[in-house]
Ligand binder design. Structure first.
Ligand code: ADP
Length: 273
C-alpha cells in the first residue's frame, strides 16, 4: 500500500509567457503508516507536490499510482484517489460553507454515497476526535466558532472520510501555540491509533522534528534530500543540499536533539563558521 510518484513534473500556465515549472522529475514512494514531513523554502514546490497526491493537480509529465490505481484523466479514478487520500489545505476553514457543523462534516461522507446511519456515526466520531461536543455543536453554524475551532471542524470533515493517507499543508498556520499543539496532538494520535499515513507540509521545524519519521526537503522544485530526520543532518554536504537557512537548520537540529535523536553537531559548527 503506497503512493508512488514516477518522474512527476508540473508546469503552471504551460505554453504561455507566464509558464512556470513548479516541480521537476519527482520520484517518491510514500507507504501507509509513514509520517512524512515536507519542508523547504517558500516557492520550492511543496504545495504543488502535495496537490498531486490526491489527483487535484494532474502531472504535466510522469504518473502517480495510489495503491496500484494509476491516476489518469478519468474522473472516477480521481474520485477513488480522493477517497483514499484526505487533504487539509492551508486555512481549511475558508472552505466551510454549510449552515451547521454537522452538515459541513457530513458533506464528504455523503458524497461517498454512504447511508445516513454511517454518516451519523462518522460525524459523531470525527467531532469527538477533534474535541467538539456532538450535542452542543452539531446544530451550530461553523461561522460562530473561534479560528481554532473552525480549523478543527474542517479537519473533522476530512477525518470523517476515513482516508488511508492524510495530507496536511501547514495545518496550524495562523493559530496560537495552544491551538497548534491541540491540532498536532490530534494528528499524532490519529496516526498512532489508525496507522494512517501523514504527509505534513510545514515550515515550523519544531513541529516537523517532533513528529516526522521521514523528512523530504524540496529545493527549486526538486527533492533535495529524503531520509530519516537524524540522517538528513549527518553530513555537511547533505545539509548544504537542503538549501535551508542556517536558523532553520539550527532550530531543526535542536528539536531533533530534544526528541532524543542523534544529530551530528559538528555539522552545525562547520556551517555556523
Ligand atoms: P511552496 O508550497 O513550496 O511555497 P508552491 O508549490 O506553492 O511552493 O510553488 C512552486 C512554484 O510554482 C513557485 O515558483 C510559485 O510561484 C509557482 N506557483 C504556485 N502556484 C502557482 C499558480 N497557481 N500559478 C502560477 N505559478 C504558481
Amino acid at each position: 500500500m503506497s503512493i508512488q510518484l514516477n518522474n512527476v513534473s508540473y508546469t503552471y500556465m504551460a505554453r504561455t509567457p507566464f509558464e512556470k515549472q513548479a516541480i521537476k522529475n519527482i520520484n517518491l514512494e510514500i507507504k501507509k503508516g509513514e509520517f512524512v514531513a515536507i519542508i523547504g523554502h517558500t516557492g520550492s514546490g511543496k504545495s504543488t507536490l502535495v496537490q498531486h497526491l490526491n489527483g487535484l493537480l494532474k502531472p504535466t509529465n510522469g504518473s502517480i499510482t495510489i495503491d496500484e490505481i494509476v491516476l489518469g484523466k478519468k474522473d472516477e479514478k480521481s474520485k477513488l484517489a480522493r477517497k483514499k487520500v484526505g487533504m487539509v489545505f492551508q486555512y481549511p476553514e475558508h472552505q466551510l460553507f454549510e449552515e451547521t457543523i454537522y452538515a459541513d462534516i457530513a458533506f464528504g461522507p455523503k458524497n461517498l454515497g454512504l447511508g445516513k446511519k454511517e454518516i451519523d456515526k462518522r460525524v459523531r466520531r470525527a467531532m469527538n476526535f477533534v474535541n467538539l461536543d456532538y450535542d452542543m455543536y452539531k446544530e451550530r453554524s461553523p461561522f460562530q466558532l473561534s479560528g481554532g475551532q473552525m480549523r478543527r471542524v474542517a479537519i473533522a470533515g476530512v477525518v470523517a472520510l476515513q482516508p488511508d493517507y492524510l495530507v496536511l499543508d501547514e495545518p496550524a498556520a495562523g493559530l496560537d501555540p495552544c491551538g497548534r499543539d491541540a491540532i498536532f496532538n490530534k494528528i499524532v494520535e490519529l496516526h498512532k491509533k489508525t496507522g494512517i499515513a501523514v504527509i505534513l507540509v510545514s515550515h515550523n521545524m519544531d513541529d516537523v522534528a517532533k513528529m516526522a519519521s521521514r523528512l523530504i526537503v524540496m529545493k527549486s522544485g526538486e527533492v533535495a534530500v529524503d531520509g530519516k530526520p537524524a540522517d538528513v543532518f549527518k553530513e555537511t554536504e547533505t545539509l548544504v543540499n537542503t538549501g535551508l537557512d542556517i536558523p532553520q537548520i539550527i532550530s531543526l537540529m535542536r528539536a531533533l536533539e530534544k526528541r532524543g535523536l542523534p544529530v551530528n553537531t559538528d555539522v552545525l559548527t562547520i556551517n555556523q563558521a
